[in-house]
Design a protein around this ligand. Structure first.
Ligand SMILES: *Cc1c(COP(=O)(O)O)cnc(C)c1O
Length: 382
C-alpha cells in the first residue's frame, strides 16, 4: 500500500490545468428546467420525481417500477430490504467495488461474503461465486465495473438453481446491454446512481428498478413508512407500521435528471466513442491489459476506462507530469476494518491486480484528441 500513497494524496487538478479524471456532465436543458422548479411550489419531492421515474422505467425497465431516491446507496439499501435480507443472511458481494455497494449490509447485520475479482474485466468472478454459495446465501450483488455487464446468464442460472436473488449495482452501467437486453430489465432489482460524476447527475441521487408489486411498499420505505398519497389527501389517521427512511429525490434533482435523459443517447454515444479510441489505441500493447474490452455480446456503458500495468506509480507520475489525472477510484473492500479487515491470500486475483489497475480520464469535457494524447503518452512507455 505504501507505494500508492502518493497517488492517494495528490492534489486534484483544476480543469483548466490539464485533463481531469472526471467532470460532471451538465445537460444543456438543466439550468432552464431547474430555474423553473425554483420558481414554483414543489422544490422537494413533487410531480417531476414521478415524471422522471416513469420516463426512466420506460427506457430501461421491464415488468418493473422505478423508485427515485436521494442516492445510489439509498437505492441499494432499499433493494436489500425489499429482497428480504435479514440479520445473519449471507450475501455474496464483489470484494472490488465502491464501498457504497456493501455498507448498507452493515446497517442490516447481514453477513458479507466477498467474491474475488475476474482480473480481465474487474467484474465479480462467477467461478468464485459458485464456490461461495451455501444454504444461507440470500442474495448476490453484482457491479458492472466501468460499464461492462457481468456474466448475467451464469448468474441467472445460479439464482434459479439455488433460489438466490440477484441485485445489480448498475452505478457504472447506465445504457449498457447484455445479449441485446438493457441492464435494468434482467434482474428483479437494479440500482443506479446519479452522484455528481456518474453518466447522469441529479447533484446526488439514485434510482431503483424493482418488481411492480413492491412499488407501494418501496414508496413507504422511502418516506418514513408513511403512505404519502393517503396523507396528502387529508387522512391524518394513518398508522405507521413499518420503519422507513428519508430517501426521496427532490424535484430539483429530477429536473436535472429529465434534462439528462433527453440528451442521453448523444452523451452515451460520445462516451462510447472516447472509450473505443482508448480501446483501439491500447489493445494489444504488450505492456498493458485493457480491462473489459473485446466483448461482442454486450455493450459497454463507457463510464470508466481502466488498464492493468506494471509499475503503476511511474505511469501515474508520467501522466501527472503531462497534466493528465489518473487514479485507482475504487479499492478492495476487505482492506477496511468495518468489513472485518484483510485476510492474506483469500482473494488471489485481487492480490494479482491490486497494484496494477489504473483508471484513465473519461468524460464529456474531453475531446477525441485528448484521448489520443493520453494514449500516446502511455504508448511511449514509462
Ligand atoms: C457511485 C457508486 C455507488 C453509490 O452511489 P451514490 O449515489 O454515491 O450513493 C454505488 N456503487 C458503485 C459501484 C458506485 O460507483
Amino acid at each position: 500500500m505504501g507505494l500508492n500513497k502518493g497517488m492517494d494524496e495528490a492534489k486534484l487538478m483544476e480543469p483548466n490545468e490539464g485533463i481531469v479524471l472526471f467532470h460532471p456532465h451538465i445537460p444543456s436543458g438543466a439550468i432552464e428546467r431547474v430555474t423553473k422548479v425554483l420558481s414554483g411550489r414543489w422544490i422537494g419531492q413533487g410531480p417531476l420525481v414521478d415524471e422522471f421515474e416513469t420516463k426512466f422505467n420506460s427506457l430501461y425497465g421491464k415488468n418493473t417500477k422505478a423508485l427515485a431516491v436521494g442516492s445510489g446507496t439509498d437505492a441499494l439499501h432499499l433493494a436489500y430490504l425489499l429482497a428480504d435480507i435479514k440479520e445473519g443472511d449471507e450475501v455474496i458481494v464483489p470484494v472490488f467495488t465502491c464501498t457504497a455497494t456493501n455498507i448498507p449490509f452493515l446497517y442490516m447485520g447481514a453477513k458479507i461474503v466477498f467474491a474475488d475479482v475476474d482480473p480481465h474485466t474487474m467484474n465479480i468472478d462467477v467461478k468464485h461465486v459458485k464456490r461461495l454459495v451455501t444454504e444461507k446465501t440470500k442474495a448476490i450483488v453484482v457491479v458492472h465495473y466501468g460499464g461492462l455487464p457481468c456474466e448475467m446468464d451464469e448468474l441467472k442460472a445460479l439464482s434459479a438453481l439455488h433460489n438466490i436473488t440477484i441485485i445489480e449495482d448498475a452505478a457504472h452501467a447506465l445504457g449498457a446491454t447484455y445479449k441485446g437486453e438493457n441492464v435494468g430489465s434482467i434482474s428483479p432489482y437494479t440500482m443506479y446512481s446519479f452522484q455528481a460524476i456518474k453518466h447522469i447527475t441529479t447533484g446526488d441521487g439514485g434510482l431503483l428498478l424493482l418488481p411492480e408489486e413492491q412499488y407501494e411498499k418501496a414508496k413507504r420505505l422511502r418516506w418514513f413508512g408513511i403512505d404519502r398519497s393517503a396523507k396528502q389527501m387529508g387522512i391524518w389517521e394513518n398508522d405507521i407500521t413499518e420503519v422507513g427512511y428519508k430517501y426521496q429525490m427532490t424535484d430539483i434533482g429530477a429536473a436535472m435528471g429529465l434534462a439528462a435523459l433527453e440528451e442521453f443517447d448523444q452523451t452515451l454515444a460520445y462516451r462510447r466513442k472516447l472509450f473505443s479510441i482508448y480501446e483501439r489505441q491500447l489493445t494489444g500493447c504488450s505492456h498493458l491489459h485493457f480491462v473489459g474490452g473485446g466483448y461482442h455480446d454486450r455493450e459497454h456503458a463507457a463510464w470508466m476506462c481502466t488498464i492493468l500495468v506494471e509499475n503503476r506509480k511511474q505511469l501515474w507520475q508520467k501522466l501527472r507530469d503531462q497534466k493528465i489525472e489518473s487514479a485507482q477510484v475504487h479499492y478492495r473492500n476487505d482492506r477496511y476494518s468495518i468489513f472485518g479487515g484483510k485476510v492474506e491470500g483469500r482473494y488471489p486475483n485481487m492480490d494479482e491486480v491490486e497494484d496494477k489497475y489504473l483508471v484513465l480520464p473519461l468524460h464529456t469535457r474531453m475531446s477525441e484528441d485528448d484521448v489520443i494524447r493520453i494514449c500516446d503518452v502511455i504508448n511511449s512507455g514509462w
